[in-house]
Design a binder for this molecule. Structure first.
Ligand SMILES: Cc1cc2nc3c(=O)[nH]c(=O)nc-3n(C[C@H](O)[C@H](O)[C@H](O)COP(=O)(O)OP(=O)(O)OC[C@H]3O[C@@H](n4cnc5c(N)ncnc54)[C@H](O)[C@@H]3O)c2cc1C
Length: 382
């Protein structure tokens, strides 16, 4: 089959690798608009569960990627100066660029060509392919120019966030909430290399408006955030990499393909960064699309229908959880004011409904016991 993939992010790269590994006669080209060394953002985080899924599907790739990851067993929730360490939540992180560089090498070794600095802007440019994959991220034009066919829904969420980095190396995956006169600032921060951490700053829209970030220069914005998180940064700078304030688009598509064109990864659906699953979901899409082709041979239409059938149920569960999680942050100011740090940490842990009291107890008996003291009624419920 002649396969053309638009976008060499985790979804496109992994799908290419799986197809070629299975059948070296496939003629596969990946088109990537950026340069090989350029990428946005800093590190990405995977939960232990996300890595387990990868391991179950592809032990070899798991062994290839995990030595390059930073891992920690715990999570820390901090409200102003009170830290609540929460055990039983394993995480791993790696630099986005490092992960992509490893994946480029993996894919190229299989004989797949990646055309860097090649922006595809119309399906006509790739029309001689048997299969066209739109793996070009959350702002995919393959999707937006065909919204009717895909049945696209996009829900722009109100919170504002900025993906920064810092040279301060943190020793656990941390969420720090700091109250200021203008509102609560949340930092999602974690080490992703021995010398660097991701430092994602999120605020409610009202806070963003009150501070006047819209009219603030990038340098002043960094200085402002450094001041808010001065105690956490310990004198280390906040570092920008084309960082700008964004709002999160929660994207969904009713139909995942038309003719021989299919969407995957963030182009297909976005999952809020607070559940650390975007990269994992993108890679799982690749596995499902590959399995569909393995089942249906080169019957493109049948395989694309099978892809949606196979992938929809597990993916929808995580997508729903991600959307509940993002809403939790949209009322963080109210929660910081109303809850004690223990209640706040408990509320965080149980926010998506996928972790109940029994599960909190299993992961962190100390947190469960502290919460039971404040809310004995949960003991009966559990
Ligand atoms: C702020 C933020 C924090 C995140 N944190 C995490 C995290 O902690 N953990 C996690 O797992 N995930 C995280 N994610 C999500 C994760 O980055 C994505 O879910 C994941 O990268 C999706 O992979 P993808 O291959 O679908 O798309 P992308 O990684 O977006 O890749 C798409 C590629 O397509 C290329 N492209 C776009 N248009 C064209 C074109 N016209 N022609 C050619 N190439 C094109 C782009 O340059 C890009 O390389 C985060 C996302 C954001 C925005």
């Amino acid at each position: 089959m002649k396969i053309k993939i638009i976008g060499a992010g985790p979804a496109g790269l992994y799908f290419a690798a799986l197809m070629k590994r299975h059948d070296p006669s496939h003629e596969i080209t990946l088109y990537e608009r950026s340069q090989r060394e350029a990428t946005w953002g800093f590190g990405v985080v995977f939960s232990d569960r996300a890595l387990e899924f990868l391991r179950a599907d592809d032990e070899a790739l798991y062994q290839y990627l995990t030595p390059h990851m930073e891992t920690w067993p715990d999570l820390t929730i901090q409200v102003n100066d009170t830290k609540i360490p929460i055990t039983g939540n394993g995480f791993a992180a790696t630099g986005r660029l490092e992960m992509l560089t490893l994946m480029y090498a993996y894919v190229e070794k299989l004989g797949i060509k990646i055309e860097f600095q090649t922006e595809i802007t119309s399906l006509d440019q790739v029309k001689d392919a048997d299969l066209i994959v739109g793996a070009n991220g959350a702002f995919s034009w393959v999707r937006s120019e065909n919204e009717q066919k895909f049945g696209t829904r996009c829900d722009w969420r109100p919170n504002r966030f900025m993906w920064y980095g810092t040279s301060k190396v943190f020793d656990s995956l941390s969420l720090t909430f700091r109250e200021t006169d203008q509102g609560v600032f949340c930092a999602h921060h974690y080490r992703y290399s021995p010398t660097m951490s991701t430092f994602l700053v999120e605020v409610e829209d009202e806070t963003w408006q009150r501070v006047g970030f819209e009219h603030m220069s990038p340098e002043d914005t960094i200085r402002y955030c450094e001041k808010v998180f001065a105690k956490d940064l310990d004198g280390h700078p906040i570092i920008s990499n084309n960082s700008y304030w964004r709002q999160f688009p929660a994207i969904w598509n009713e139909h995942w393909s038309f003719d021989n064109v299919v969407l995957m990864g963030d182009a297909l659906r976005t999952a809020h960064f607070s559940i650390g699953s975007g990269t994992r979901l993108a890679m799982e899409d690749a596995v499902a699309l590959f399995k569909a082709f393995k089942e249906k041979g080169n019957e493109v239409k049948a395989a694309l229908a099978r892809f949606q059938e196979l992938r929809l149920p597990p993916m929808k569960k995580i997508w729903d959880a991600a959307n509940i999680s993002l809403r939790w942050y949209e009322t963080m100011d109210e929660k910081v004011k109303a809850l004690t740090p223990v209640e706040f940490a408990y509320s965080y842990m149980t926010r998506t409904g996928r972790v109940n009291h029994e599960e909190v107890k299993r992961r962190d008996p100390g947190l469960a016991a502290a919460y039971e003291q404040l809310h004995p009624e949960v003991i009966k419920v559990a």
